[in-house]
Design a protein around this ligand. Structure first.
Ligand SMILES: Cc1cc2nc3c(=O)[nH]c(=O)nc-3n(C[C@H](O)[C@H](O)[C@H](O)COP(=O)(O)OP(=O)(O)OC[C@H]3O[C@@H](n4cnc5c(N)ncnc54)[C@H](O)[C@@H]3O)c2cc1C
Ligand code: SF4
Length: 427
């Protein structure tokens, strides 16, 4: 069991091969872009942001040289505003809703401006928040991903003690282990977490799995309230996927981000699935030099849940897509050599020395059923709009309740649950 701040990542990691996909603005670029903002009265960009950052206000502060105030506006709404600046699919959120789009003019680069202020703030270690006067109440949080971190930070501002139980050795959840490295590297996400923890009193017990190292019921005995931010479970598998060279997408990405993956002898790789995890795998495999990367997806290009801009970026790297086809088996003895797929033209084999299964992740809510906590048929925990679960004093947020969205959703839900816990404490 380890507590902060001993978290470090290996010095050799495959993710380090990737350059920064959208390099940071310098001051002149940031001020020029900020000055284009119309500071709309009823800004659609703010509505599009799940954490409702006051976007025109932080942009105006950049334009007037008040970087410190700009970052404060962002972090006040979203304590992981730095990761979100780097990882958010802004094309689908704030930037996609900027009024300039309607006029056919390039929209304001809100994510890059947000990165500009928050990166300086985190690097300089500017402090904005202090812990509230102690209330004598304590909250136990399961997991130390974005949902729990946002919840804990808000609870500390309100004076409640917080202990996060995290099964991994490092905190951050998928923010550290999942985000594509050309958007955000693990050490950058960790740097922000150290900065978040500067508020003091966020006790992260890493290497502790709830349900194994400590019973779920024990959390209830130790704490006045419990927040569950445990994310999703392992990658879904397919029958026959036990050959070497067949791996779960999220598991493979984690290996690539926290350590090194060997692609020696991999001339062709296949990614099964058409969601955003599949998009990331395609770009990552191509970026690491695999000569032939193919996506196999059961539906049409229009029907893919992966973002269009991600698929366009993957295609620019030479990635190929096979649509309307489903996996029918894996070929190979010990080591995979091809995937058999079935489509409108019958069965065919696609050669592959590496196959990544990006067909979704398990949901873990069933674990809590013995406590009378409800989950839906897919295993997603059922919470009300404030994050309360069906057992008194239990709350949840992030991927385990929303089924798997973005970091910014997990932050918004973690923060909302913290406010709800605070109200229920009645202090
Ligand atoms: C491959 C991939 C790429 C992504 N890319 C992006 C992106 O570019 N932009 C974006 O905004 N979002 C992205 N996402 C989504 C985003 O990472 C998640 O929505 C977000 O991390 C969810 O936060 P969370 O705290 O709910 O869960 P997680 O980040 O999954 O954190 C949950 C934590 O709980 C821990 N835990 C689980 N069970 C237990 C237990 N029993 N005891 C103790 N600890 C436990 C886990 O180890 C983990 O650290 C991506 C997701 C994936 C899979
Ligand atoms: S919609 Fe665009 S122009 Fe208007 S405030 Fe938001 S970023 Fe600025």
């Amino acid at each position: 069991m380890r507590s902060s701040p001993e978290w470090t990542l290996a010095s050799q990691r495959s993710e380090l091969a990737f350059p920064d996909g959208k390099p940071a603005y310098n001051q002149a670029q940031a001020v020029a872009e900020a000055s284009r903002c119309l500071y709309c009265h009823n800004p659609p960009c703010v509505q599009a942001c799940p954490t409702h950052i006051d976007i025109p206000s932080f942009i105006r502060k950049i334009a007037t040289g008040n970087v410190k105030g700009s970052a404060r506006t962002i972090f006040d709404a979203n304590i992981l505003g730095y990761s979100c600046a780097r990882a958010c699919p802004v094309e689908e959120l704030c930037v996609g809703d900027c009024v300039y789009n309607d006029a056919g003019i390039p929209p304001i680069q809100i994510g890059r401006l947000q990165r500009y202020s928050t990166e300086i703030a985190v690097r300089e270690g500017w402090s904005y928040f202090t812990a509230g006067a102690p209330t004598g109440k304590s909250v136990g949080l399961v997991g130390a991903g974005p949902a729990s971190l946002a919840c804990a930070h808000e609870l500390r501002r309100l004076g409640h003690a917080c202990t996060l139980y995290e099964k991994s050795q490092v905190p951050g959840g998928l923010d550290v282990t999942g985000i594509a490295p050309y958007k955000l590297r693990g050490e950058e996400a960790l740097q922000e977490i150290h900065w978040v923890c500067r508020i003091g009193g966020i006790d992260v017990q890493s290497g502790v799995e709830v349900g194994k190292d400590i019973a779920w019921e024990e959390l209830e005995r130790r704490h006045d309230a419990v927040f569950v931010g445990m994310g999703l479970g392992p990658d879904r598998r397919l029958p026959g996927a036990d050959l070497d060279g067949v791996d779960g997408a999220v598991a493979w990405i984690e290996k690539m981000k926290l350590g090194t993956v060997s692609l020696e002898g991999v001339r062709s790789a296949v990614v099964l699935g058409g969601g955003n995890t599949a998009m990331d795998c395609l770009r990552e495999l191509a970026g690491l030099g695999v000569p032939e990367v193919t996506m196999v997806y059961r539906g049409t290009p229009e029907g893919m849940s992966g973002y269009k801009h991600e698929w366009e970026a993957a295609k620019k790297l030479g990635v190929r897509g096979i649509f309307g086809a489903t996996p029918a088996g894996f070929v190979g003895e010990g080591q995979v050599s091809a995937v058999r797929i079935k489509g409108a033209e019958g069965e065919q084999e696609v050669p592959a020395q590496l196959v990544l299964l990006a067909i979704g992740q398990a949901r873990l809510g069933e674990q809590l059923r013995p406590l009378g906590i409800h989950a839906d048929a897919s295993g997603r925990l059922i919470a009300d709009a404030q994050g309360a679960l069906s057992r008194p004093r239990w709350y949840a947020g992030g991927d385990c309740t929303n089924g798997g969205k973005e970091v910014v959703n997990a932050v918004a839900e973690g923060k909302a649950a913290a406010l709800s816990i605070h109200r229920a404490m009645g202090v």
